[in-house]
Design a binder for this molecule. Structure first.
Ligand SMILES: [Zn+2]
Length: 392
């Protein structure tokens, strides 16, 4: 008697190159069909992951994203086409996944992944894949995985470098073992601040995809306890060991974190405005050391002595600038104080207002009394004051 097969003849044709691999075969393909994978984010990492995991026959793909497609996403977030600009990413993602493989069940979650909904969303999945680009969500994904005893396939990208690992606290370290403390807010620039090579998330996302398929199939050696570092400019892969920390607050011997916490607060981000949680957006309220774009416009009109100081990189300055501003890249600021006047009010700006906050701090420490940072950077200036300035 023939065993009962859960693949249709069409599926057998579709997956034939898998079926002839001894490591996959009918058993493996049926395992994939029964698998449930949750992708956090449909951006640079989530895009190649969604395409390839759907094409490979992962039966159920869940995806969490609350963002809307922006022109600046198209350079790397290949799930989204030019026609999708302005549409919810999750809707755009679902269309593409269903076209590439209608056998896949796609479950959209058009919401932020938060401590309130994460357990409920994640509990029915076999593994989570972290495609986020902010620290609060990264710690949240980690903690959800540790508490639910699920693997977390981790990836991160910045400029020309990427990292991949599998965090499975049952068998090895978790993300907190490797990164116990988040960096102070604003100290690590996001891709929106620092840039990223468009193909890089393709490389890193697909390394995550390979690890996810291996875990689902139970084949090969998973990247547990190790992290791959990829340097695109040097064309070099390195592997570093990631040991388990016996004192890890969530996966160590005496865990102090036994349920989800407030991740915004943990990462030092106060009073997050839920509408501002989009990828790359400032995750915080304005402080007294900052000024809005509208107020800066008024201040320039009232007090022409105001110096507007641009601390971005030369490549960004070449794209656009606020008229009349002085340009000193942040990296050169400490050597060029003599070009600034201590008595004049100074307003510093950058792309999104993170580096300028650091620059303003530096200036205040060095005797400049009246220094503010433009909240939201030149991006906010373009949105609120001068729409002729291109947003990038
Ligand atoms: Zn840990």
């Amino acid at each position: 008697m023939f065993p009962l097969m859960s693949l249709s003849n069409e599926e057998i044709r579709r997956y034939s190159r898998h079926l002839i691999l001894p490591e996959v075969g009918m058993d493996g393909q049926e395992k994939l069909k029964a698998s449930r994978v949750l992708l956090i984010g449909s951006g640079g990492l989530g895009s190649p992951l969604a395409y390839y995991l759907a094409a490979a026959g992962v039966g159920t793909l869940g995806m969490v994203d609350f963002d809307v497609v922006d022109f600046s996403n198209l350079q790397r977030q290949i799930l989204h086409f030019t026609k999708d600009v302005g549409r919810p990413k999750i809707v755009s993602a679902q269309e593409k996944v269903e076209q590439i493989n209608p056998e896949v069940t796609f479950i959209p979650y058009e919401t932020h992944f938060t401590a309130e909904n994460a357990i409920e969303i994640a509990q029915d999945y076999d593994l989570l894949i972290d495609g986020t680009d902010n620290f609060p969500t990264r710690y949240l994904v980690n903690d959800v995985c540790v508490l639910l005893k699920k693997p977390n396939v981790y990836g991160s990208i910045f400029r020309f470098e990427g990292r991949v690992s599998v965090f499975d606290a049952q068998k090895g370290p978790c993300y907190r073992c490797h990164f116990p403390e988040p960096p102070p807010p604003g100290m690590v620039p996001s891709c929106a601040e620092g840039g990223v090579l468009g193909v890089l998330p393709g490389v890193i996302g697909l390394l995550q995809g390979v690890e996810a398929l291996k875990l689902l199939l139970g084949k090969g050696k998973p990247l547990i306890g190790k992290m791959i570092l990829y340097d695109a400019l040097e064309a070099r892969f390195r592997e570093v060991k990631v040991p388990k920390d016996p004192d890890c607050p969530i996966c160590g011997k005496n865990p102090t974190i036994t349920k989800l916490i407030d991740y915004q607060q943990f990462c030092g981000i106060e009073n997050p405005d839920s509408d501002e949680l989009a990828v790359g957006a400032p995750l915080r309220k304005m402080t007294k050391d900052e000024i809005t774009a509208e107020d800066l416009k008024e201040q320039i009109a009232k007090n022409p002595m105001t110096m507007v100081l641009d601390v971005r990189n030369p490549s960004e300055y070449a794209i656009c600038r606020i008229e009349g501003s002085k340009f000193i890249p942040l990296t050169e600021l400490a050597e060029r104080y003599d070009e600034l006047v201590k008595e004049k009010p100074i307003v510093v700006y950058c792309h999104h207002g993170v580096r300028s906050l650091r620059a303003a701090q530096l200036l205040r420490k060095n005797g400049f009394a009246d220094v503010k940072s433009l909240f939201g950077g030149i991006n906010a200036w373009s949105e609120k004051v001068d729409p002729n300035i291109p947003r990038y």
